[in-house]
Design a protein around this ligand. Structure first.
Ligand code: UGA
Length: 468
């Protein structure tokens, strides 16, 4: 059984339905209604197809008690969200605004502590130490609740693939128990090669706090790699070097490896920022340790948006009245998830300087979500209706500059000659190093990459052509 039908819950549920009957529980009635009629509420490659193919193995409930009524499910995966604490809640609790809000996790645990013969399997990202505290509480209250940690490592945009072919399965447990045995059996059914040590996934059982640390330490490593690539990329811009070649060389060292070294406008999404802040918060509260690496990684990430604005100002002067086309609203390709997308701080920075903007994303649901009233979806990420175009060319038309924010392959199909005719200005800033610089230049436009093919903020700009 899975509690929480968000990204993690839905993908895990569909993945496990290949080998088990799965009950999905979520307090959101309209979400459960949609699922019951076979409608998949989120977009992920292949997810809807697999969901429909396995619909007979999936059952949906609004109430945990109803899903547990026949006493059958023993392993209860908790996949509710653990957002950053709201500033009001943090102030009330004397916290620093970086801590995770565990209210939903707490509500599920409270219900399970009174039950017998069940195991909570924590998929939600909870701060290190949470599991040990729950186990201690269960003992104190005389509850026989078994508790395991099984952190999730899926990547949006390829979530089902991450779920079907994980590198590793990390299981945190207090001590071996019927529950850790049942979880291993479930994984052995889902991944028949589990016991072959040379084949992925590796199955690693460890202490609870270690498993929780693996999740946070992994996200800090990945976010640090991106900020590292960005800092080196910024230096490459000023030295006339090419960060893509530099990182290819760096990543060719087996000890370093090539992934997560793509320089760009920075990382978005709902996890890196939240999880590394939560790690910092735990370190400060529980160990008086200041993980300053987190501040550095976040500062570099924020600075990438400022750098794009700096490049626009350098080329175009005062941005008052300037029109900018933003290509990409989703935080990464192959998702319609807007959370943490770099498009929004960029939009804020442009608006505050008096620029106007028009954005486009290949996914209609991402475009729709961006113009939803921010107070109705609780998201700080929004665009006014007139700021979102229905086609790429609609966004580009009359623009003084274009900025690529998301690495959607669709942007490589843009006809830059047609774009050049439609634009008012000539500048194209590629925040994902996605486009062919030559194709853009041949259309008579100026190309600025990120960490490559760029004049940075200080190197002399090329002489303008007489007609330019
Ligand atoms: C991330 C981790 O990769 C997952 O392992 C983890 O399970 C997940 O967070 C989570 O904690 O739930 P996700 O945020 O879905 O997954 O997506 P990523 O592929 O990690 O991309 C995050 C952001 O980093 C995107 O905005 C992407 O464009 C950016 N990125 C990624 C770069 O700027 N450079 C890179 O080299 C790689």
């Amino acid at each position: 059984m899975i509690v929480g039908a968000g990204y993690v819950g839905l993908v895990t549920g569909v993945g496990l339905a290949r080998v088990r009957e799965v009950r999905l529980v979520d307090r959101n009635p309209s979400l459960i209604e949609k699922l019951k009629v076979g409608h998949m509420p989120i977009f992920e490659p292949d997810l809807e197809t697999q969901f429909k193919e396995n619909l007979d193995k999936l059952a949906f409930f609004e109430e945990l008690d109803d899903a547990l009524a026949d006493g059958r499910p023993e392993l209860i995966f908790i996949a509710v969200d653990t957002p950053k604490s709201s500033s009001a809640a943090s102030a009330r609790n004397g916290a620093d605004g970086n801590s995770a809000d565990l209210a939903k996790v707490r509500a599920v645990i409270d219900q399970l502590l009174d039950r017998s013969g069940v195991a909570a399997v924590m998929k939600s990202t909870v701060p290190p130490g949470t599991g040990a505290a729950i186990v201690a509480e269960a003992k104190r209250r005389g509850s026989d609740l078994a508790y395991l940690s099984c952190p999730e490592f899926l990547q949006e945009g390829s979530a089902l693939a991450s779920c079907k072919e994980p590198d590793r399965i990390i299981v945190g447990r207090d001590e071996p128990s019927w529950a850790s045995e049942a979880l291993r059996e479930l994984h052995a059914d889902a991944y028949p090669a589990l016991d072959e040590s040379s084949v992925k996934p590796q199955y690693m059982e460890m202490a609870l706090t270690n498993a929780e640390m693996v999740k946070h330490a992994s996200n800090l490593q990945l976010a640090s790699r991106i900020s590292y690539a960005n800092e080196i990329g910024n230096l490459c811009e000023e030295l006339g070097a090419d960060v893509t070649e530099v990182m290819a060389g760096v990543g060719a060292d087996d000890r370093i490896g090539p992934s997560f070294l793509d320089a760009g406008i920075g990382f978005g999404g709902s996890c890196f920022d939240k999880d590394i802040r939560a790690l910092k918060s735990v370190a400060k509260d529980r160990a008086q340790i200041d993980i300053s690496l987190v501040d550095t990684v976040l500062a570099i990430n924020e600075g990438q948006v400022d750098r794009v604005i700096g490049k626009l100002e350098r080329r175009l002067g005062d941005l008052e009245g300037i029109r900018v086309a933003i290509l990409g609203l989703a935080f990464k390709p192959d998702t319609s998830d807007l959370r943490g997308s770099r498009a929004f701080p960029l939009a804020d920075g442009l608006r505050s300087r008096g620029a106007t903007l028009r954005a486009w994303d290949p996914r209609a649901d991402a475009r729709e979500a961006a113009v939803r009233n921010p107070s109705s979806n609780g998201s700080p990420e929004w665009m006014a209706e007139e700021e979102v175009a229905s086609t790429a060319l609609g966004a580009i038309e009359n623009a003084d500059a274009v900025v690529v924010v998301t690495g959607w392959p669709e942007f490589t199909e843009i006809d830059w000659c047609e774009a050049a005719t439609a634009m008012r200005g000539r500048l194209v800033i590629d925040g994902r190093n996605l486009l062919e610089p030559e194709a853009v230049r041949e259309a008579g436009l100026e190309y600025e990459g990120t960490g490559r093919e760029s004049r940075g903020l200080f190197r002399p700009l090329p002489q303008a052509t007489p007609e330019g």
